[in-house]
Design a binder for this molecule. Structure first.
Ligand code: ATP
Ligand code: MG
Length: 265
Protein backbone atom coordinates (compact mmCIF):
# COMPACT_ATOMS: atom_id res chain seq x y z
CA UNK A 1 0.00 0.00 0.00
CA UNK A 2 3.01 2.30 0.32
CA UNK A 3 2.82 2.28 -3.47
CA UNK A 4 -0.34 4.33 -3.27
CA UNK A 5 1.09 6.96 -1.00
CA UNK A 6 3.89 7.65 -3.48
CA UNK A 7 1.47 8.55 -6.21
CA UNK A 8 0.26 12.02 -7.03
CA UNK A 9 -2.95 13.62 -8.25
CA UNK A 10 -3.71 14.32 -11.86
CA UNK A 11 -5.90 16.93 -13.46
CA UNK A 12 -7.84 16.98 -16.68
CA UNK A 13 -9.05 19.69 -19.05
CA UNK A 14 -11.48 18.59 -21.70
CA UNK A 15 -14.88 19.47 -23.01
CA UNK A 16 -17.56 17.99 -25.24
CA UNK A 17 -21.20 17.47 -26.00
CA UNK A 18 -23.69 14.82 -25.03
CA UNK A 19 -27.41 14.53 -25.51
CA UNK A 20 -30.24 14.34 -23.09
CA UNK A 21 -33.54 12.51 -23.30
CA UNK A 22 -36.69 13.33 -21.40
CA UNK A 23 -39.01 10.44 -20.67
CA UNK A 24 -42.06 11.80 -18.89
CA UNK A 25 -44.50 10.81 -21.60
CA UNK A 26 -44.28 9.86 -25.23
CA UNK A 27 -41.08 9.28 -27.15
CA UNK A 28 -37.80 10.30 -25.60
CA UNK A 29 -36.56 13.71 -26.67
CA UNK A 30 -32.89 14.37 -27.26
CA UNK A 31 -31.23 17.75 -26.96
CA UNK A 32 -27.57 18.63 -27.04
CA UNK A 33 -26.03 19.80 -23.78
CA UNK A 34 -22.55 19.99 -22.32
CA UNK A 35 -20.85 17.07 -20.73
CA UNK A 36 -18.27 17.61 -17.98
CA UNK A 37 -14.66 17.64 -19.24
CA UNK A 38 -13.55 14.99 -16.73
CA UNK A 39 -15.62 12.40 -18.56
CA UNK A 40 -12.57 11.46 -20.57
CA UNK A 41 -14.22 8.45 -22.15
CA UNK A 42 -16.32 11.00 -24.08
CA UNK A 43 -14.18 14.08 -24.19
CA UNK A 44 -10.79 12.43 -24.79
CA UNK A 45 -11.52 8.91 -26.00
CA UNK A 46 -7.98 8.45 -27.29
CA UNK A 47 -6.30 9.48 -24.03
CA UNK A 48 -4.44 7.02 -21.80
CA UNK A 49 -6.97 7.70 -19.05
CA UNK A 50 -9.88 6.67 -21.31
CA UNK A 51 -7.93 3.58 -22.27
CA UNK A 52 -7.59 2.69 -18.58
CA UNK A 53 -11.37 2.72 -18.26
CA UNK A 54 -11.59 0.33 -21.18
CA UNK A 55 -9.09 -1.91 -19.44
CA UNK A 56 -11.26 -1.73 -16.33
CA UNK A 57 -14.23 -2.74 -18.46
CA UNK A 58 -12.35 -5.82 -19.60
CA UNK A 59 -11.34 -6.63 -16.04
CA UNK A 60 -14.93 -6.34 -14.89
CA UNK A 61 -16.13 -8.57 -17.70
CA UNK A 62 -13.51 -11.14 -16.71
CA UNK A 63 -14.57 -10.97 -13.06
CA UNK A 64 -18.15 -11.63 -14.15
CA UNK A 65 -17.26 -14.50 -16.47
CA UNK A 66 -18.32 -17.27 -14.10
CA UNK A 67 -21.28 -15.53 -12.53
CA UNK A 68 -22.36 -12.38 -14.39
CA UNK A 69 -22.18 -9.17 -12.40
CA UNK A 70 -25.52 -7.47 -13.00
CA UNK A 71 -25.13 -4.79 -10.35
CA UNK A 72 -21.85 -3.13 -9.43
CA UNK A 73 -21.60 -0.49 -6.73
CA UNK A 74 -18.87 2.15 -6.71
CA UNK A 75 -17.86 3.73 -3.42
CA UNK A 76 -14.82 5.06 -1.57
CA UNK A 77 -13.82 5.59 2.02
CA UNK A 78 -14.22 9.35 2.10
CA UNK A 79 -15.63 12.33 0.27
CA UNK A 80 -14.30 13.72 -2.99
CA UNK A 81 -12.17 10.73 -3.90
CA UNK A 82 -13.42 10.18 -7.44
CA UNK A 83 -16.43 7.86 -7.06
CA UNK A 84 -18.73 9.74 -9.40
CA UNK A 85 -16.15 10.37 -12.11
CA UNK A 86 -15.21 6.70 -11.99
CA UNK A 87 -18.84 5.59 -12.13
CA UNK A 88 -19.64 7.77 -15.12
CA UNK A 89 -16.50 6.93 -17.07
CA UNK A 90 -16.89 3.24 -16.39
CA UNK A 91 -20.54 3.33 -17.45
CA UNK A 92 -19.65 5.12 -20.69
CA UNK A 93 -16.84 2.65 -21.41
CA UNK A 94 -19.16 -0.29 -20.75
CA UNK A 95 -21.89 1.10 -23.00
CA UNK A 96 -19.45 1.92 -25.78
CA UNK A 97 -17.67 -1.37 -25.80
CA UNK A 98 -20.10 -4.12 -24.98
CA UNK A 99 -23.19 -3.30 -27.01
CA UNK A 100 -25.17 -4.14 -23.88
CA UNK A 101 -27.73 -1.94 -22.19
CA UNK A 102 -26.05 -0.19 -19.28
CA UNK A 103 -27.74 1.72 -16.47
CA UNK A 104 -25.95 4.26 -14.32
CA UNK A 105 -27.96 4.90 -11.15
CA UNK A 106 -27.11 7.86 -8.96
CA UNK A 107 -27.61 6.43 -5.49
CA UNK A 108 -26.05 9.45 -3.81
CA UNK A 109 -29.29 10.85 -2.45
CA UNK A 110 -27.43 13.61 -0.60
CA UNK A 111 -25.35 15.34 -3.27
CA UNK A 112 -25.78 13.33 -6.45
CA UNK A 113 -24.29 14.88 -9.56
CA UNK A 114 -24.21 12.15 -12.18
CA UNK A 115 -26.79 14.11 -14.18
CA UNK A 116 -24.57 17.21 -14.10
CA UNK A 117 -21.56 15.33 -15.40
CA UNK A 118 -23.52 13.87 -18.29
CA UNK A 119 -25.40 17.09 -19.00
CA UNK A 120 -28.77 15.56 -18.19
CA UNK A 121 -31.41 17.91 -16.78
CA UNK A 122 -33.81 15.57 -15.04
CA UNK A 123 -37.25 16.33 -13.71
CA UNK A 124 -37.31 13.20 -11.59
CA UNK A 125 -35.01 10.51 -10.32
CA UNK A 126 -34.38 7.79 -7.78
CA UNK A 127 -35.48 9.92 -4.82
CA UNK A 128 -38.82 10.56 -6.49
CA UNK A 129 -39.34 6.89 -7.30
CA UNK A 130 -38.60 5.87 -3.71
CA UNK A 131 -40.43 8.75 -2.02
CA UNK A 132 -43.36 9.58 -4.23
CA UNK A 133 -43.99 6.39 -6.09
CA UNK A 134 -42.95 8.00 -9.37
CA UNK A 135 -42.95 5.42 -12.12
CA UNK A 136 -39.46 4.10 -12.81
CA UNK A 137 -39.81 4.68 -16.55
CA UNK A 138 -40.38 8.40 -15.90
CA UNK A 139 -37.05 8.64 -14.08
CA UNK A 140 -34.86 6.99 -16.72
CA UNK A 141 -32.97 9.23 -19.11
CA UNK A 142 -31.21 8.25 -22.29
CA UNK A 143 -27.87 9.83 -23.11
CA UNK A 144 -26.18 10.36 -26.45
CA UNK A 145 -24.02 7.37 -25.62
CA UNK A 146 -25.77 4.51 -27.27
CA UNK A 147 -27.00 1.96 -24.72
CA UNK A 148 -26.33 4.19 -21.72
CA UNK A 149 -29.32 5.15 -19.58
CA UNK A 150 -29.15 7.26 -16.42
CA UNK A 151 -31.31 7.12 -13.31
CA UNK A 152 -30.52 10.48 -11.67
CA UNK A 153 -30.66 11.05 -7.92
CA UNK A 154 -33.82 13.12 -8.13
CA UNK A 155 -35.30 14.67 -5.01
CA UNK A 156 -33.18 14.40 -1.87
CA UNK A 157 -35.06 12.50 0.84
CA UNK A 158 -34.65 13.10 4.58
CA UNK A 159 -33.75 9.45 5.17
CA UNK A 160 -31.53 8.23 2.30
CA UNK A 161 -30.03 5.21 4.07
CA UNK A 162 -33.44 3.95 5.12
CA UNK A 163 -34.76 4.28 1.58
CA UNK A 164 -31.72 2.62 -0.01
CA UNK A 165 -32.19 -0.36 2.31
CA UNK A 166 -35.94 -0.57 1.81
CA UNK A 167 -37.97 -3.31 0.16
CA UNK A 168 -38.92 -0.77 -2.44
CA UNK A 169 -35.29 -0.26 -3.40
CA UNK A 170 -34.85 -4.00 -3.48
CA UNK A 171 -37.78 -4.32 -5.89
CA UNK A 172 -36.46 -1.47 -7.97
CA UNK A 173 -33.09 -3.18 -8.36
CA UNK A 174 -34.85 -6.37 -9.43
CA UNK A 175 -36.75 -4.37 -12.06
CA UNK A 176 -33.57 -2.71 -13.30
CA UNK A 177 -31.79 -6.05 -13.58
CA UNK A 178 -34.51 -7.22 -15.92
CA UNK A 179 -34.15 -4.16 -18.13
CA UNK A 180 -30.38 -3.76 -18.22
CA UNK A 181 -27.36 -6.00 -18.67
CA UNK A 182 -25.37 -4.08 -16.10
CA UNK A 183 -26.39 -1.54 -13.47
CA UNK A 184 -23.69 0.68 -11.96
CA UNK A 185 -24.53 2.40 -8.66
CA UNK A 186 -22.72 5.57 -7.67
CA UNK A 187 -22.88 6.10 -3.91
CA UNK A 188 -21.77 8.41 -1.07
CA UNK A 189 -18.61 7.70 0.97
CA UNK A 190 -18.64 4.41 2.85
CA UNK A 191 -17.16 5.58 6.13
CA UNK A 192 -19.07 8.67 7.20
CA UNK A 193 -22.49 7.44 6.08
CA UNK A 194 -24.33 4.12 6.12
CA UNK A 195 -25.89 4.55 2.65
CA UNK A 196 -23.16 2.68 0.78
CA UNK A 197 -23.01 -0.20 3.27
CA UNK A 198 -26.78 -0.58 3.14
CA UNK A 199 -26.76 -0.77 -0.65
CA UNK A 200 -23.60 -2.88 -0.85
CA UNK A 201 -25.34 -6.03 0.31
CA UNK A 202 -27.79 -5.70 -2.57
CA UNK A 203 -25.11 -5.36 -5.26
CA UNK A 204 -23.41 -8.28 -6.95
CA UNK A 205 -20.05 -6.58 -6.55
CA UNK A 206 -18.51 -3.50 -4.97
CA UNK A 207 -15.51 -1.50 -6.17
CA UNK A 208 -13.64 0.86 -3.87
CA UNK A 209 -12.13 4.00 -5.37
CA UNK A 210 -8.82 5.06 -3.85
CA UNK A 211 -7.34 8.44 -4.71
CA UNK A 212 -3.57 8.64 -4.78
CA UNK A 213 -2.22 11.21 -2.37
CA UNK A 214 -5.57 11.57 -0.63
CA UNK A 215 -7.09 8.31 0.57
CA UNK A 216 -5.12 6.84 3.47
CA UNK A 217 -4.33 3.16 3.81
CA UNK A 218 -6.20 3.10 7.13
CA UNK A 219 -9.30 4.52 5.49
CA UNK A 220 -9.17 1.92 2.71
CA UNK A 221 -8.84 -0.89 5.23
CA UNK A 222 -11.65 0.50 7.38
CA UNK A 223 -13.93 0.91 4.37
CA UNK A 224 -13.15 -2.67 3.35
CA UNK A 225 -14.09 -3.82 6.85
CA UNK A 226 -17.34 -1.87 6.86
CA UNK A 227 -18.35 -3.26 3.47
CA UNK A 228 -17.39 -6.82 4.33
CA UNK A 229 -19.40 -6.59 7.54
CA UNK A 230 -22.32 -5.48 5.40
CA UNK A 231 -21.91 -8.73 3.43
CA UNK A 232 -20.63 -6.94 0.35
CA UNK A 233 -18.77 -8.76 -2.36
CA UNK A 234 -15.78 -6.42 -2.59
CA UNK A 235 -14.26 -7.01 -6.02
CA UNK A 236 -11.23 -4.79 -5.54
CA UNK A 237 -10.22 -1.18 -5.77
CA UNK A 238 -9.51 1.39 -8.45
CA UNK A 239 -6.60 3.73 -7.94
CA UNK A 240 -7.20 7.18 -9.41
CA UNK A 241 -5.14 10.34 -9.49
CA UNK A 242 -1.92 8.62 -10.49
CA UNK A 243 0.63 10.67 -12.34
CA UNK A 244 3.32 8.92 -14.30
CA UNK A 245 5.96 10.27 -16.64
CA UNK A 246 5.41 9.98 -20.37
CA UNK A 247 2.10 8.57 -21.54
CA UNK A 248 0.77 8.37 -18.01
CA UNK A 249 -1.99 6.16 -16.79
CA UNK A 250 -4.35 7.83 -14.40
CA UNK A 251 -6.33 4.80 -13.42
CA UNK A 252 -5.38 1.45 -12.05
CA UNK A 253 -7.49 -1.48 -11.03
CA UNK A 254 -6.16 -3.82 -8.38
CA UNK A 255 -7.53 -6.99 -6.93
CA UNK A 256 -8.67 -6.71 -3.36
CA UNK A 257 -5.87 -6.01 -0.92
CA UNK A 258 -4.62 -9.14 0.75
CA UNK A 259 -6.02 -9.51 4.24
CA UNK A 260 -2.74 -10.90 5.38
CA UNK A 261 -0.44 -8.04 4.53
CA UNK A 262 -2.76 -5.27 3.37
CA UNK A 263 -0.91 -4.89 0.08
CA UNK A 264 -2.45 -4.75 -3.34
CA UNK A 265 -1.97 -7.95 -5.28
N1 ATP B 1 -8.84 10.31 -11.66
C1 ATP B 1 -8.72 11.42 -10.97
N2 ATP B 1 -7.56 12.10 -10.96
C2 ATP B 1 -7.42 13.22 -10.26
N3 ATP B 1 -8.37 13.77 -9.55
C3 ATP B 1 -9.54 13.18 -9.53
C4 ATP B 1 -9.79 11.96 -10.23
N4 ATP B 1 -11.06 11.59 -10.02
C5 ATP B 1 -11.57 12.55 -9.22
N5 ATP B 1 -10.67 13.48 -8.93
C6 ATP B 1 -10.84 14.69 -8.11
O1 ATP B 1 -11.80 14.45 -7.13
C7 ATP B 1 -12.85 15.40 -7.24
C8 ATP B 1 -14.14 14.75 -6.87
O2 ATP B 1 -14.49 13.80 -7.85
P1 ATP B 1 -15.86 13.04 -7.71
O3 ATP B 1 -17.00 13.99 -7.67
O4 ATP B 1 -15.88 11.97 -8.72
O5 ATP B 1 -15.64 12.43 -6.26
P2 ATP B 1 -16.70 11.73 -5.33
O6 ATP B 1 -15.93 10.73 -4.55
O7 ATP B 1 -17.85 11.25 -6.12
O8 ATP B 1 -17.14 12.93 -4.39
P3 ATP B 1 -18.37 12.91 -3.34
O9 ATP B 1 -17.89 12.17 -2.13
O10 ATP B 1 -18.62 14.37 -3.09
O11 ATP B 1 -19.52 12.23 -4.02
C9 ATP B 1 -12.78 15.90 -8.68
O12 ATP B 1 -13.25 17.20 -8.82
C10 ATP B 1 -11.32 15.83 -8.97
O13 ATP B 1 -10.69 17.01 -8.55
MG1 MG C 1 -19.90 11.55 -5.89
Amino acid sequence: MSYISQLMQRKYREKQVVQKASTREGPRKRVSVNVEPHIVTLTQPSSPAAEEYRILRTTLSRLGAKKPLKTVMITSAGAQEGKTLTSVNLAVAMAQGTGQRILLADCDLRRGRVHELLGVEPDEGLGDVLLNGTDLSAALYDTSVENLTVLPCGRYPANPAELLGSQKMNGLIAQLKLQFSLCIFDTPPALALTDAAVLASQADGVILVVQAGKTTCEAVEEAGRVLTQAHANVLGFILVGVEEPGPGYAYRYHRQASKADGRAS
